[in-house]
Design a protein around this ligand. Structure first.
Ligand code: GLA
Length: 726
């Protein structure tokens, strides 16, 4: 069993393939954390039990046999606030008396096969109860009557677990939840580095690593989206850990709005790691008998470096987060008109794209922004989801039929959570956007954010989308989100619930996305937010791929894709070849092949030679699809750490084939360079396809590939494909 409870010692022992996680029910039912790290197979973990300790200025709640006990200096599993632990609390509830003293103690637990879903929230799932085991620990605050159920699900074979918390008000009076993190893990030492992903529009998810110090260090979002600026991902790695060695703990929140990833280095050199909804901008009024479910946090442990941590995330997400038909089905190779035309297109122009696209082997035409209402520029029409037939030259079903007749599938763009100031919808319903009374609303890209906490708004938008989607043969939808939330308030909820709006809005978004998934199970949904501004596992639950960045420059894309890959698998990263002139078509495709591949340009501009190049690239997309979409990623040379070159490779699960890609960012002044491959079987022999040379896995990994003689000019690149010879 992946989860055991030792009744005599009162110890919980949760195992995955790589890790163990251990807790203890201590005296007075304090739930203590004992260990999270490399798997410990022992059945008897008595020696890990807490012995009690004492520190001046740390208040004691009770005495134990061999010393004092203070919640301030032990490892706590779900620490409350204002009851003697001065570190960051995992939860704080202001009770009806007005104070926020919160103290949850263990009451009972259950252990069951499988994994329950989370009502209204995205979450990892299993198809068979044998795939995971779930522990529910019921904690109670005897004074306020609040209950906290802590959920732990262990994906034993994958080295991963998830955590979430449900709070319920079992008292007779309303309370205010001021904060509730999804996970909290105390570590005995903070001798680690933290790695997070920072960025901005056009430069998402760059890796940043720093030593953890005493005090608090936080990355978070208050933008009403997970954001371009910080990702709800963070890793804790042992000092000196690299791709291949050292310990790495990965944390990722399955949530698409305000998050916080907090680490507090404490007085004893330990640390507390928390991840959950950002307590800033959040309150939740809980009536007697009501529940509040936190989002889910994913935790991955690897003792084989950061690379293995990423591969565990990738395997986990490919199977237990991405869902629906498109989880396993091959995604169509698309062409999107946005970069080529902006909103300046006609139906005829798009059909001309489609004809060439078909000739070279592309599979789907995506009509981006500009097809509805009077949307000729970004100042207007969001919310008016009615096809502009004049622009298209026909009705939508007729137009889609023409695209289908050419031999392509058809996809369409929406921005369902937004409303333009210049729109029929805004004129009819100015109260439908987020706003606070008597205060000017900030505008961004000439648009406001719809109040998705309101059911009437959600129903209206969903009906409008449904009309469009069911009128024609639409195979794909790009769901965009082009600004962040400000003046966050709703005309539809009372004053004491206004701080719920951030969370209520994302729940509303999830609800509409869920309806879309249910009513249109064949639709492939690609998420987008000005590129990758909402690249998070919450969104991946509803849309198996996300447009990684509006930046399609292949050199710029390298740091973005490397950073994104720390947590998210290749199949989730929308990556297109564009008209960008920085490099030739080869490098553009070599970089874009890493993700869900496509084109974003006017194919009418292809020269005869370029057409042939593109045809060859499309053949490669088919050839390498399975290897890239379901193989293991190895980052060989990270462009964040090397100014000259980037290199990565995919290895099939059975280690019989591998694809290596390398890009020169800036000409290296080198006279010798060996690129050492990873992840191969040292005992297998591999033939490199182009040269026909046969090498052992050992030679490729330990000695490496001699790169002397390869093109070193800026922006050049190569791919090498290896196949096992028996
Ligand atoms: C965002 C997206 C782009 C495109 C435009 C349309 O910026 O990231 O790909 O869809 O919106 O307005």
């Amino acid at each position: 069993m992946a989860i055991r409870f030792d009744e005599a010692q009162k110890i919980f022992h949760l195992d995955t393939a790589t890790s163990s996680y251990v807790m203890e029910v201590f005296e007075q039912n304090y739930l203590l954390h004992l260990y999270y790290g490399k798997r410990i197979p022992d059945h008897n973990l008595k020696r890990l039990k807490y012995k009690g300790s004492f520190a001046s200025f740390s208040p004691s709640n009770l005495l134990v046999e061999d010393g004092g006990f203070s919640p301030d200096i032990c490892m706590l599993e779900f620490p409350g606030e204002n009851v003697g632990d001065f570190r960051l609390a995992a939860a704080a509830v202001r009770n009806a008396d007005g104070n926020n003293a919160t103290d949850f103690r263990y009451e009972s637990h259950t252990i069951d096969a499988g994994k329950p879903g989370l009502a209204g929230l995205p979450a990892l799932y299993v198809e068979d109860d044998a795939e995971a085991t779930t522990l529910e620990i019921s904690m109670k605050d005897a004074v306020t009557g609040m209950r906290a159920i802590l959920y732990y699900t262990v994906f034993e074979h994958l080295g991963a677990m998830t955590r979430s918390v449900r709070l319920s008000n079992e008292s007779a009076r309303p309370v205010m939840i001021e904060k509730v993190y999804s996970t909290c893990v105390d570590f005995p030492t903070h001798n680690y580095d933290m790695i997070t992903l920072y960025g901005r529009w056009f430069k998402e998810r760059s890796e940043e690593r720093r030593a953890i110090v005493h005090g608090r260090q936080t990355v978070s979002s208050l933008r009403g989206s997970s954001s371009h600026h910080q990702n709800p991902f963070g890793a804790i790695v042992s000092a000196g850990a690299d791709e291949d060695q050292g310990e790495a703990y990965g944390f990722n929140l399955v949530y698409s709005s305000n998050f916080s990833f907090d680490i507090e280095g404490d007085q004893n050199g330990g640390m507390r790691v928390l991840m959950g909804i950002n307590p800033d901008g959040f309150d939740w009024l809980l009536q007697p008998g009501a529940d509040f479910q936190s989002p889910e946090a994913v935790m991955v442990y690897s003792d084989q470096g950061i690379g293995e941590m990423s591969r565990i995330f990738h395997r986990l997400y490919r199977k237990h987060l991405i869902r629906g038909k498109w989880r396993d089905r091959k995604r169509p190779l698309l062409i999107n008109n946005w970069e080529a035309t902006g909103m300046d297109f006609t139906g005829e122009k798009l059909l001309s794209f489609a004809r060439v696209a078909k000739e070279v082997g592309m599979e789907m035409l995506v009509m981006d922004d500009g097809w509805f209402g009077d949307r000729f520029d970004d100042r207007r029409a969001l919310g008016d989801w009615v096809v502009n037939e004049e622009k298209l030259g026909s009705s939508l079903p007729e137009f889609v039929q023409k695209v289908n007749d050419i031999g392509l599938k058809f996809g369409i763009w929406f921005e369902p959570e937004m409303i333009s100031r210049e729109s029929a919808l805004y004129r009819a319903h100015p109260e439908w956007c987020l706003h606070v009374p008597n205060r000017e609303k900030s505008i961004a890209r000439f648009q406001y954010v719809l109040d998705y906490s309101r059911k009437d708004v959600r129903d209206y938008i969903f009906d409008a989308m449904r009309k469009v989607l069911s009128s024609a043969n639409v195979a794909y939808l790009k769901w965009d989100f082009n600004r962040n939330l400000s003046e966050v308030g709703s005309a539809a909820v009372p004053a004491d619930r206004q701080k719920e709006i951030f969370h209520r809005c994302v729940l509303g978004t999830y609800e509409v996305m869920e309806r879309l998934n249910r009513e249109f199970p064949d639709l492939l949904i690609e998420n987008c937010s000005g590129g990758g501004g909402r690249f998070d596992p919450g969104m991946l639950y509803y849309s198996p791929q996300i447009w990684t960045s509006d930046n399609t420059d292949p050199i710029e894309r390298l740091t973005i894709q490397f950073g994104t890959s720390l947590c998210y698998p290749a199949s989730t990263m929308g990556a297109h070849v564009s008209a960008c002139k920085r490099t030739g078509y080869d490098t553009k495709a070599n970089v874009a092949l890493w993700g869900s591949f496509g084109y974003e340009l006017d194919p009418n501009t292809f020269s005869a030679e370029e057409r042939e190049t593109v045809k060859a690239q499309i053949a490669e997309y088919h050839k390498y699809y399975d290897l890239i979409h379901s193989g293991d990623l190895y980052r060989l040379i990270n462009p964040m750490h090397n100014a000259f070159r980037a290199a990565w490779m995919f290895v099939s699960e059975d280690k019989t084939e591998a694809l290596v890609t390398s890009v020169v960012m800036r000409r290296p002044q080198e006279t010798a360079f060996y690129l050492r491959l990873k992840g191969l079987d040292p005992d297998k022999l591999y033939r490199e396809e182009e040269s026909g040379e046969v090498y052992s896995g050992a030679s490729l990994m330990y000695a490496g590939l001699n790169l002397i003689g390869t093109d070193l000019s800026d922006g050049s690149s190569f791919k090498l494909y290896f196949k096992e010879v028996k």
